[in-house]
Every structure is written in structure tokens, then in C-alpha cells.
Write a protein that binds this ligand. Structure first.
Ligand SMILES: C[S@@+](CC[C@H](N)C(=O)[O-])C[C@H]1O[C@@H](n2cnc3c(N)ncnc32)[C@H](O)[C@@H]1O
Length: 419
């Protein structure tokens, strides 16, 4: 089967079955398929708008593939390097094979018009995703997020030690928070340091909450929603004793594999359990509890453009009670003077700032702790983060922060200190 047709079928599967691309990707997925699928997912709303100027995008159930052939064809013509004539003839041939001569005539006519007119659309977010953002952000902020949604997210790594050495080896930009950002996206497994377990993939934004915690050496930490283990790895490499818990056995297996590859298993205990059940049963007290809560994940749309298509306000609202319950159950197990670190990769303030306001109103023994950048690297070659990421009492990053350097995920974190 041609790579193009594989890409077409993959987009169809993602959209119709609401599955994430990374769960379908095989180790040998080619760079071309990767690029085409991600381009269509990022540009889908605009592409649909453009195509609907030339054709009704409603097809019989058995011919739904036509919509995806048109989307991929238009994406190649408008956004990838394929010469127009090649794109048109490839998609016409694929359509003829999949749906017959009549359909291929339609695809030919539509793609030729697109190739000649090179139409544009500035639409990016589906209406349902836009609705989530409108609750908290201005039209200008949303516009900037749309721009961020169109470009490829860089590859960010967290390193166990020697970030300067590894920045050099990997030809990466080093941020003051120790994240290394790579210019080129190669196969992760073949990059230097992967086999030895020197680093793991972790977006700059999602690495910040633990980095900011500072010295966690010998601290007793409960990582309550731990899998696949990015934050667990940070805690372990900084010398903490970690109990990592997650409700999902498959994700926990991935955490264990990740931590073994990094040779960080020494101070780790794992447990598959519902966090609420565990907190009800245990009498243990922890210096730090990390609650990287299940959330709508709306902040990750640069890396996972599917999020824009799948998530609705209902999904955001559905997460709130569990987040609240986990927060208040965790509060009972934090030592005096200890920290409850709450974070989410959601852009919705209902899952972030408002959760914390609610928590503080219910839990007067806790107050917001202001974190500082003291634990950051300070030498001259490191890339500084924008100040506005930190200047509230909570951490809030947006997908267009650091835009010139490739942006970062939308993330929220609050450090709740127990008196
Ligand atoms: C945002 S992810 C955690 C990411 C992880 N901390 C990291 O840095 O790699 C949220 C995790 O919460 C887990 N989860 C969801 N509900 C849970 C519950 N009731 N108890 C424990 N874990 C839960 C999910 O399986 C998922 O792995």
C-alpha cells in the first residue's frame, strides 16, 4: 500500500474512532506519513472550509474515505513540497482504486482548482474547542494560540545529569530549567544517549513544576498520577524516594520500562491503584505529593493536534470533580511544612486556577507557596525563560510562550504548602 494511502487511512481512523496518532504509529512510520498526517490534523478546519468552496464534503458512509483523500490531497498541494501535478495525479489514482472512476473525476476537478487558485483560510480551531478557550482567553490570545497550533512542536528532552555536555552532543538549545530542545526531529531511539538512558522526552512546560521544587534529595514523595513517568524520572534523578501510583496498568508498565531504561529504579516503588482508594486506605504522610491530575489535556494541542478536534467543554467539566476529590484526599497526607504540587496540562482555568481557589477556601491550613527560579541554571549560554511564565503565585504557561524558540505546552502548576 502506498504511503499516501496509509496516511489517508490513518487520518480517517483518528477522526472517526477518536484515537490519538501516537497510539497508531508503528516504529517504522515514515517521516512523510508523519508529516502528512500531522499537517492534515493541524490544518483540518481550514482545509474543510477551503474544500467546501468546491465540493460538498458529505459522502455516503461507504465512501467517507473520499473526504480524507481530498483533505490529504489539498494539504499536500497547499502546505507540503509535493509538486501540484504529482499530488493531483497521485490522489486521482488512489481515488480511482478506492472508489471508482466517477469519484476520481470529482477529486481531479477539486484538486486542480485548489492547485490553480491556492485558496487560503485562517480557520484553525473547531467551534467546540474555541468555546473552551473563550471561557478564559481574549480573542487576541486565542489568535496567538491558533498560530502556535500550526507549527510543529520541537523535541524537548530532560536529562539526568550533565545538561551542558548533552546539549553539545545533541546540538540542542539548553534552557535555564535544564530542558534540551533539539533542532531536528530524528528517530528518538537512534539519538545519542537514548540506549544508555541519559534522557527522556518531556516538554519544556511539563518539566518546569518539578524543576522549580528545587532540592528534593531524600524527600519522601508520592507521585499520585504518575504514568508514563516524566515527573517520576525528574524526582528520582534529583534523589527523591518516590512512590509512583497510577490507575492504569498499561501506563504503569510503560512507566516502569521508562524508569528501568534510565537506571533510576533504586528509590522507586510502584503501585497500580485508584489514587482515591489508596489515599483512603493509607496512613502514610509524605513530604511532597505530586498530583499531575487527569485533565482535558487542552494545553498539548501543538504536540497532539487531535486534542483540538476531540475535546469539548463537557470533557473539561467532566474532569473537575475527580481533580477536586484527589486534591482534598491528598491534602490529608502532606506533612506539616510539606508541599502538595497540583498541576495539569489544561488551558482551562476551571481545571487550574479555579480548582486552587476552591481548594484554598476549603483547606485553610494550606497556602500558595511562591516558587523561585533559584534552582535554575544561571550561566550565560542557557536560554532564559520569559518572566511572565512565573510572575503570578502560580505557574501558567501558554502554547505561544517562547514562540520564537518553538513554544511550549499550556501548563498549570500550584505549590500548596501545609502550615
Ligand atoms: C497527566 S497524566 C500523568 C502524567 C505523568 N505525571 C508524567 O509526568 O508523565 C494523568 C495520569 O493520571 C492517571 N489517573 C487517572 N485517574 C486516576 C486515579 N483515579 N488515580 C490514579 N491515577 C489516575 C492516568 O492513568 C494518567 O496516567
Amino acid at each position: 500500500m502506498s504511503e499516501r494511502f496509509q496516511a489517508v487511512q490513518t487520518v480517517q481512523k483518528i477522526m472517526e474512532e477518536k484515537v490519538f496518532f501516537n497510539t497508531l504509529k508503528e516504529a517504522e512510520t515514515s517521516a512523510f506519513i508523519n508529516m502528512l498526517v500531522l499537517t492534515v490534523l493541524r490544518r483540518m478546519v481550514g482545509l474543510e472550509e477551503i474544500l467546501s468552496r468546491f465540493v460538498k464534503l458529505k459522502f455516503k458512509k461507504s465512501e467517507q474515505i473520499l473526504k480524507y483523500l481530498l483533505l490529504c490531497g489539498a494539504a499536500e498541494i497547499l502546505y507540503l513540497d509535493t509538486p501540484d501535478y504529482a499530488a493531483v495525479s497521485e490522489y486521482v489514482a488512489l481515488t480511482k482504486k478506492a472508489c471508482g472512476k466517477f469519484a476520481s473525476g470529482m477529486v481531479n476537478a477539486v484538486l486542480r482548482k485548489i492547485a490553480t487558485q491556492k485558496p487560503k483560510s485562517d480557520k484553525v480551531f473547531p467551534a467546540s474547542f474555541q468555546k473552551i478557550l473563550e471561557e478564559d482567553y481574549t480573542p487576541e490570545q486565542i489568535k496567538k494560540m491558533e498560530i502556535a497550533a500550526l507549527s510543529e512542536a520541537p523535541l524537548d528532552l530532560s536529562v539526568k545529569e550533565d545538561p551542558t555536555l548533552w546539549a553539545e552532543k545533541l546540538n540542542a538549545t539548553m534552557f535555564e530549567s535544564k530542558t534540551l530542545r533539539l533542532k531536528t526531529q530524528g528517530r528518538i531511539e537512534s539519538l545519542p544517549g537514548f540506549q544508555e538512558g541519559t534522557w527522556w522526552v518531556q516538554d519544556l512546560a511539563s518539566a518546569l513544576p518539578i524543576t522549580l521544587l528545587g532540592d528534593v534529595k531524600n524527600k519522601k514523595v508520592l507521585d499520585l498520577c504518575a504514568a508514563p513517568g516524566g515527573k517520576t524520572a525528574q524526582l528520582l534523578s534529583a534523589g527523591a524516594e518516590v512512590l509512583a501510583l497510577d490507575i492504569n496498568p498499561e501506563r504503569m508498565t510503560r512507566l516502569e520500562q521508562n524508569i528501568r531504561r534510565l537506571h533510576l529504579e533504586k528509590n522507586l516503588t510502584t503501585r497500580v491503584s485508584d489514587g482515591l482508594q489508596f489515599l483512603k486506605q493509607t496512613t502514610d504522610i509524605f513530604d511532597i505529593i505530586v498530583l499531575d491530575a487527569p485533565c482535558s489535556a487542552t494545553g498539548t494541542f501543538r504536540r497532539h493536534p487531535e486534542v483540538m478536534h476531540f475535546k469539548t467543554l463537557e470533557d473539561v467539566n467532566a474532569q473537575i470533580p475527580l481533580q477536586q476529590n484527589l486534591l482534598s484526599a491528598a491534602a490529608k497526607h502532606v506533612a506539616k511544612g510539606g508541599i502538595l504540587l497540583y498541576c495539569t496540562c489544561s488551558l482551562s482555568k476551571k481545571e487550574g486556577e479555579q480548582q486552587i481557589e476552591h481548594f484554598l477556601a476549603q483547606n485553610p491550613t494550606f497556602h500558595l507557596h511562591t516558587f523561585s527560579k533559584d534552582n535554575f541554571l544561571t550561566f550565560s549560554t542557557v536560554q532564559k525563560l520569559e518572566k511572565n511564565i512565573f510572575d503570578n503565585q502560580v505557574l501558567r504557561t501558554l502554547p505561544y510562550d517562547m514562540a520564537k524558540l518553538g513554544g511550549m505546552d499550556g501548563f498549570f502548576a500550584a505549590y500548596l504548602k501545609k502550615d
